[in-house]
Design a protein. Structure first.
Length: 268
C-alpha cells in the first residue's frame, strides 16, 4: 500500500467543544518533535491512513486497540508510536445535546467517535473504512525485503505502507503495521503528547464529569448577552510546547521549551 501525507492544518480553536479526542489527535500530530530519520523537510508531518487503505486489516476488532507500527532501521525493527482513531457519521443535534440553531436541522458529518462525549462510540467496533491510523513521518524506515517479524506480534497479520511526499511523489520510506499479541503498547512507550481536560465546575454531588456539568451555552437577553460557563484547568503538552485553557477554547498560557526559549508564558 502506498499512502500520501494528509497534513493537519485545522486550527484547534475551530473545533467544537465535544471533540476532545480530535484535539488529542491533532496536538499529537502537530506539536511533537524529535530527531528525524528521514531527509525530507516533512519529517514533522503526520501520516494519516484510513482503514480503506489497509484492506487486509478491515473488520479486525483487535486492531483498534492493538495495532502497532514498526519501521526497519539499520537492520533491526524499531517500534513507532501509533494512534487509531475511530470515526462515524453523527448528527450535530446529538453533539449539542439540546435544541441546535442550525439552518438544516438534519445536518450530519463525519466526526471522531468518543464514548466520553456526545459524539458517542463508533457503532462499528472493528477497524472500518473511515477509521484513521496515524504515525509521524520521521519514524519511517527502510523496506524490509526479508520480512522477519518483530517480537510481540501475531504472525500472519501485516500491512506494508510506503510513504510518499505528495509534492514530489518521492518515497520517504516504509512503515509496517502489525497486530500486537497484547504485550506491546500502541504508543511504543513514547507518548508524544499529554492532554489533561479538567472542568472546574461541579454539580451537587461534587462531580465535574463532562456529562454532568458541561454547559453548551446560555443567554440572558438574547445573543447580545451570550455567555459560556465552562471554566476549566486543561492543557496539552509535548516536550517542546505547552498550551493551557482556562475556559472553553480560551487559551491563557502558551509556553515553548525548545531551542533557547526560556519557557515563559507568551500570552502574559
Amino acid at each position: 500500500c502506498t499512502v500520501d501525507y494528509e497534513i493537519a492544518l485545522i486550527n484547534v480553536l475551530e473545533l467544537i467543544s465535544s471533540h476532545y479526542r480530535m484535539l488529542l489527535y491533532l496536538v499529537t500530530l502537530l506539536l511533537a518533535s524529535s530527531a528525524s530519520c528521514t531527509p525530507s523537510l516533512r519529517y514533522l508531518d503526520p501520516v494519516v491512513v484510513t482503514g480503506a487503505e489497509v484492506s487486509s486489516l478491515l473488520g479486525c476488532v483487535e486492531c483498534v486497540d492493538r495495532l502497532v507500527a514498526f519501521s526497519w532501521v539499520d537492520g533491526a525493527w524499531s517500534q513507532a508510536p501509533l494512534q487509531v482513531d475511530e470515526r462515524h457519521i453523527q448528527d450535530y443535534y446529538n453533539i449539542k445535546n439540546e435544541e441546535c440553531r442550525l439552518y438544516e436541522r438534519d445536518m450530519k458529518s463525519m466526526m471522531y467517535a468518543d464514548p466520553g462525549t456526545y459524539s458517542g462510540m463508533d457503532e462499528d467496533e472493528t477497524l472500518d473504512i473511515d477509521d484513521e491510523i496515524v504515525f509521524m513521518a520521521r519514524f519511517v524506515g527502510e523496506q524490509n525485503d526479508g520480512m522477519t517479524t518483530p517480537e510481540g506480534v501475531v504472525e500472519g497479520i501485516m500491512e506494508e505502507l510506503e510513504v510518499l511526499d505528495p509534492m514530489t511523489d518521492s518515497s520517504l520510506g516504509f512503515m509496517y503495521l502489525f497486530l500486537s499479541d497484547g504485550s506491546l503498547d500502541q504508543a511504543a512507550g513514547n507518548p508524544l503528547v499529554e492532554y489533561v481536560f479538567n472542568l472546574t465546575a461541579t454539580d451537587e454531588s461534587g462531580s465535574n464529569d463532562y456529562f454532568d456539568v458541561y454547559n453548551f451555552g446560555s443567554s440572558l437577553d438574547g445573543w447580545s448577552d451570550y455567555i459560556l460557563t465552562n471554566f476549566e484547568n486543561s492543557y496539552f503538552q509535548s516536550k517542546n510546547y505547552k498550551r493551557h485553557f482556562a475556559e472553553n477554547w480560551n487559551s491563557d498560557n502558551v509556553n515553548i521549551f525548545s531551542g533557547e526559549s526560556t519557557g515563559e508564558n507568551l500570552m502574559a
